[in-house]
Ligand binder design. Structure first.
Ligand code: 13P
Length: 258
């Protein structure tokens, strides 16, 4: 019903040349392999996008390109920012928004994230919209309501008439880069609550078609268990996406569950 998705968030890692080498390594590792039913995306730093795009094009690589951030204006005096049309120009078809690192270090709000989603969708770029609770919220047992509140604000007024073109990533902050993975049951609990929230807002048929990923120390050894859960449709991967062998292994391990 829904394709799985394995998306790599390289974060602020890999210079232009290193990014090209990683993309080429991934193309080599995945070309000719069987992973029907799994969509693969790599999200390099902005300055690497063009180089990775060229690798994908030349190698006919079986993965898509995503950015890590965008601004919602079309053009103009917004120093340091990147417009949706600039992403399209380098063939980026996905873009991560609302990552907890951007919320935490750069003060992004749910309102900003909602505007970014609308701007991307107007340019036919698929948002990978992140949500997730900090440790103290989890410890207080308030994680579901915290994430549901983020989802309501982040999706306000979106047109999900093509639900395959909007992706959510649930990333509990305490599990990011810590080696502390949420259990598959933890991931399922929140991913299910996210889908129920989408069903309330957009209807069940739409909600059933939106991919909800898990992120936070996802790796080759735990991806199968995660995607075996009914509401976990793949992973947004940080550390394990920085090496072609571990990332390609995740793709194949996810595919093996289908
Ligand atoms: P890690 O996989 O390194 O924990 O990072 C997760 C993440 O933040 C992906 O966006």
């Amino acid at each position: 019903m829904r394709n799985l998705m394995i998306a790599g968030n390289w974060k602020m890692n890999k210079t232009y040349e290193e990014g090209v080498v990683l993309a080429q390594g991934l193309a080599d590792a995945l070309t000719g392999k069987e992973f029907k039913g799994v969509d693969v995306v790599v999200c390099p730093p902005t300055v690497d996008l063009k180089g990775v795009s060229e690798v994908i094009d030349q190698a006919q690589a079986p993965f898509a390109l995503g950015a890590q951030n965008v601004y919602w204006e079309e053009s103009g005096a917004f120093t340091g920012e990147t417009a949706p049309s600039m992403l399209t120009a380098v063939n980026a078809t996905y873009c991560i928004i609302g990552h907890s690192e951007r919320r935490g270090y750069f003060g992004e709000t749910d309102e900003d994230i909602n505007k970014k989603a609308k701007a991307l969708m107007a340019h036919d770029i698929v948002p990978i919209s992140c949500c997730g609770e900090p440790l103290e919220v989890r410890e207080a047992g308030k994680h579901v309501e915290f994430v549901v509140d983020q989802i309501k604000k982040d999706t306000e007024g979106l047109d999900l008439s093509d639900p395959s073109k909007y992706v959510i990533a649930y990333e509990p902050i305490w599990a990011i880069g810590t080696g502390k993975t949420a259990t598959a049951d933890d991931a399922q609990e929140v991913c299910c609550a996210i889908r129920e929230t989408l069903a309330e807002i957009f209807g069940k048929e739409t909600a059933d078609k939106v991919r909800v990923l898990y992120g936070g120390s996802a790796k080759p050894g735990n991806i199968a268990e995660l995607v075996a859960k009914p509401d976990v449709d793949g992973a947004l991967v940080g550390g394990a996406s920085l090496k072609a062998d571990s990332f390609s292994e995740m793709v194949l391990n996810a595919a093996a569950t289908l």
